[in-house]
Design a protein around this ligand. Structure first.
Ligand code: BMA
Length: 292
């Protein structure tokens, strides 16, 4: 069986706004979390100065969003002077942790911030120092007593473990690009992994020699996420609409958030580095695929 994500017919669900100078150009690559019966979307926004900031939009149904006027995170430090990008948010024990890409003349670094209300964020700093790295996402539970996260050392997807969320060790490659397939050049995490009784469900991105960014799906062992139980050969979503083909960057479906509601997994993704969209798959189909 081949899993496919089905686009919400009302896509795109968030587009740039001419009301705010900081988000006139692109709104994309959003973290998404459900909290207090609302869906919060923390999106990467670019305006006239092309600096990335993180905006926040809130929804009662996961499809229609109202945005805050001001960004919730914008560059204030030297290590992120060119922008804060591609947030992924995970709730652990009532605290929300955002991993984001801090971009500066020094390169791109995995950085962390925390919040208890999703609006006010406290920086925890760079967590993977001295290396160009991005596409980091935290697991929602500790594994064998330690925190776990995905990150990306080019061109592979890695995991690492930590006792305190700040110092990360036991780095290990979990998935590599596959020659001849849609993800043959480079891969990286989508949103945080989703817990299921069959394993960690992972939506990730990859691209090929034509730089077409598609999304894929894999299942990792619950106790040892370094073990890949299953990885679908076919992409689960590839650029096919005008706003995925022609945005700020052509041919991009790039996800940073996934949540479940109404019996479906919903993957939120940036189309063409320009707008936000959502596509979904029935949990029952995913269960069938996991057991297949
Ligand atoms: C990646 C990241 C993403 C972006 C993608 C496509 O390297 O920079 O933020 O969506 O490229 O341009």
């Amino acid at each position: 069986m081949t899993l496919k994500l089905h686009r919400y017919p009302g896509n795109p669900i968030l587009v740039p706004s001419t009301h705010n100078a900081w988000e006139t150009d692109n709104v994309f690559n959003a973290a998404v979390v459900a909290y207090n019966d609302l869906v919060y979307m923390h999106y990467r926004a670019q305006g006239l100065d092309r600096i990335s900031r993180i905006g926040c939009a809130i929804s009662t149904d996961g499809y229609h969003f109202n945005r805050l006027e001001q960004p919730v995170l914008e560059p204030t430090n030297d290590f992120e002077s060119f922008g804060v990008e591609d947030p992924r948010i995970t709730e652990i024990d009532g605290v929300f942790y955002m991993l984001y890409t801090a971009y500066s003349p020094h390169g791109v670094r995995v950085s962390m911030a925390r919040s208890t209300n999703l609006i006010e964020w406290e920086r925890m700093g760079i967590v993977l120092p001295d290396e160009d790295n991005k596409d980091a996402a935290l697991f929602p539970h500790k594994i064998n007593g330690r925190y776990c996260m995905f990150h990306r050392r080019m061109p592979d997807m890695w995991i690492a473990y930590s006792d305190d969320l700040i110092h990360w060790t036991d780095h290990q490659i979990i998935m590599k690009p596959r020659p001849g397939l849609w993800d043959c050049e480079r891969i990286g995490a989508g949103g945080p992994p989703l817990y299921t009784e069959y394993g960690w469900l992972v939506f990730y991105h990859g691209f090929n020699e034509d730089r077409i960014y598609c999304l894929g799906v894999a299942l990792l062992d619950l106790e040892d996420p370094g073990k890949v139980i299953k990885r679908q050969d076919e992409a689960i979503l590839c650029p096919a609409t005008p706003w995925e083909h022609w945005g700020d960057v052509p041919n991009v479906c790039f996800a940073c958030g996934n949540i479940e509601f109404d019996g479906q997994y919903h993957v939120y993704y940036g189309g063409g580095d320009h707008v936000m969209a959502v596509a979904s798959v029935a949990k029952s189909d995913v269960v069938e695929w996991m057991m297949d």
